[in-house]
Write a protein that binds this ligand. Structure first.
Ligand SMILES: Nc1ncnc2c1ncn2[C@@H]1O[C@H](COP(=O)(O)OP(=O)(O)OP(=O)(O)O)[C@@H](O)[C@H]1O
Ligand SMILES: [Mg+2]
Length: 346
């Protein structure tokens, strides 16, 4: 197997980690021991409820935050120790796109100058003359070269997001981390910007870490989906597999919440026949147990096994191509695993 472009290996990020060393203080573990890879040209989605650590992990990958544990590697090289020129080269390789385009650009500067910034910062001459390169960038994202002399407020939200994409593309990145890039846009415009991402991936062979709440957008754009819950990776699987046969009870809940999206196994585990709820022996799940146990229907259905409260579930590979962090997921439905059709990475 070829080496992945990006390897996230047991990465954690605790906000306030230093303060937490003081007596009586606690940090906030936003990302908790997450391992993931992204292949060259591959598109991976990060999904999960608000506060689950998606942005934090994205920022760690883009090296806007330093992880408090674990390593991030690109082409097999740990990016933690990069300095100077090597760090600049990393910043060219990995670019981040954010949700809010309203305040992303200095309102007093023309788009021409905004798009020229990356070349200045990296002290790179634009190929074939700067103007030609900037015009080409604009056209690549579906805008016109003649718009370079406009100011940010003279663009619509969708057009501004295209400019954000152009700026990210200017130095030839190999991986884009896109954090909710279409959530702030009108629904009709969202589809256009998603199409742009899809086209750029095809044309440029880009890898994408796509952070989104929108499972439909994720399904359209990504080959694999990783589900985070309270900072932990609970499931990662090829998209069809995850949407049609989610294993983790939390993934099931997430997918069941989008009508018409999930397959036969996306319904939540029924709790109708479960034994009456008894107070959990160990109280709420501790760091040692499963974070989801407190609200997990499968935990109830199985008679509240202690293991969920005392032992953190490791991510385990399943025969169907998913990896799931649950001691019991899959055990309640012995149905044969359907074959998975995964799309070729384009
Ligand atoms: N700078 C910070 N200082 C302290 N805690 C933070 C900071 N940034 C984020 N957090 C906390 O870390 C957790 C993860 O936040 P993060 O922004 O990564 O979540 P998210 O999954 O991107 O959520 P959303 O879907 O709402 O964007 C949250 O509990 C959040 O409150
Ligand atoms: Mg976020």
């Amino acid at each position: 197997m070829t080496e992945p472009l990006l390897s996230i290996d047991r990465v954690s990020h605790e906000f306030g980690a230093r303060r937490a060393l003081l007596p009586g203080r606690r940090g906030h573990l936003a990302v908790d021991d997450v391992s993931l890879t992204i292949g060259a040209g591959e598109s991976l989605a990060l999904v999960g409820e608000s506060g689950s650590g998606k942005t934090t992990l994205g920022r760690v990958v883009a090296k806007l935050l330093t992880p408090t544990g674990g390593t991030v590697q690109v082409d097999g090289r740990d990016v933690g120790g990069l300095r100077g020129r090597e760090l600049l080269a990393y910043r060219r390789t990995v670019q981040m796109i954010f949700q809010n385009t309203q305040h992303a650009f200095n309102p007093r500067r023309k788009i021409r100058d905004i798009l020229a910034d990356p070349y200045e910062i990296h002290r790179l001459p634009a190929p074939d003359g700067r103007d030609a390169a900037l015009g080409e960038l604009m056209e690549r994202v579906g805008l016109r070269a003649s718009m370079l002399d406009r100011y940010p407020h003279q663009f619509s939200g969708g057009q501004r997001q295209r400019i954000g994409v152009a700026r990210a593309l200017s130095l030839g990145p190999r991986l884009i981390v896109a954090d909710e890039p279409v959530s702030a846009l009108d629904v009709s415009v969202q589809a256009q910007v998603l199409n742009l991402f899809s086209r750029l991936r095809r044309e440029l062979g880009l890898s994408l870490l796509f952070i989104s709440h929108d499972l439909r957008a994720v399904y359209f754009l990504c080959e694999r989906i990783a589900v985070l819950y309270q900072g932990r990776l609970v499931e990662v699987a090829p998209r069809e597999r995850l949407l049609e046969h989610p294993l983790h009870p939390y993934s099931r809940r997430l997918i069941a919440a989008v009508p018409g999206l999930g397959g036969r196994d996306s319904a939540e585990v029924s709790t109708a026949d479960a034994p009456a709820a008894a107070p959990a022996a160990g109280g709420p799940a501790t760091a040692a147990g499963c974070h989801y146990a407190a609200t997990c229907p499968l935990h109830v259905q199985l008679g509240r096994p202690d293991r969920c409260l005392t032992e953190r579930p490791a991510l385990r590979a399943t025969a169907g191509g998913s990896a799931v962090a649950c001691h019991f997921a899959g055990d309640e439905s012995p149905a044969p695993v359907p074959s998975v059709v995964t799309e070729e990475v384009r």
